[in-house]
Design a protein. Sequence first.
Length: 260
Amino acid sequence: MTMIDSLHPFTLKHYKEIIASCLSAGYKFLQFTETATKGRTIYLRHDVDNCVESALHMAEAESALGISSTYLFLIRSENYNMLSYDNLEKTLKISGMGHSVGLHFSIGEHGSYDNEVQLRTLILNDAILFRGITGLECKVFSFHNPADGDVFQIEVPGLVNVYNDTFFSKIKYISDSNMQWRDGCPCEMFSAGRYEQIQMLVHPMSYADELASDRDVLLFFLKKKLLYLKKMNEIQNRYLRDNVIGLDEIFDYIGRAENR
């Protein structure tokens, strides 16, 4: 399925319906640091790839429904700055609602490594940085764009890898990557009760607006990023406040630059 099913759109409204169907089917939401018991259980996680604000909106929706999940953040991302006051405040709000937070680890931000010992050190060091930035415990991590082979299931002392066998191979794993549910919308899966234990990966920004594909997500992100950068520079520069640059000027400049 390459286009979004109109009955199961990628909207925050339908996401709430997915969670409601999960609750109605009797699933218990667990953290990755908790051991599943008998009965239907689900481990719900969010890899925050683009925007902390969209993660906060999703966390608020989940909290209103009485559930908690796990939010994993990049600390070396070009898309957002975890050290900014705004993003740090939002991350602390997410944690304050009872959600778990942790590390979304990107090998690409480190270059190469020679062996698994070095990889473990890189992951542990980033977990320490996460704690230093947020003041919050970091007990869980996931890989951003999971590596090939077995390395994405690497065991790291003191941390839970969401891709280890307990949460990945031995239970049902579902993901909305590329805005596609490969087994159909989870609301139908939950209602059918086909699986006792599930890990579900959801990317918050895919539900930030009326979006139909990853292309739409990128355009939405670029629009928000451009408006944010414009606003921040105007706040910091009196000249720019007095001589406001219009969006038409920006788009015109980009078009002329691309034709050079």
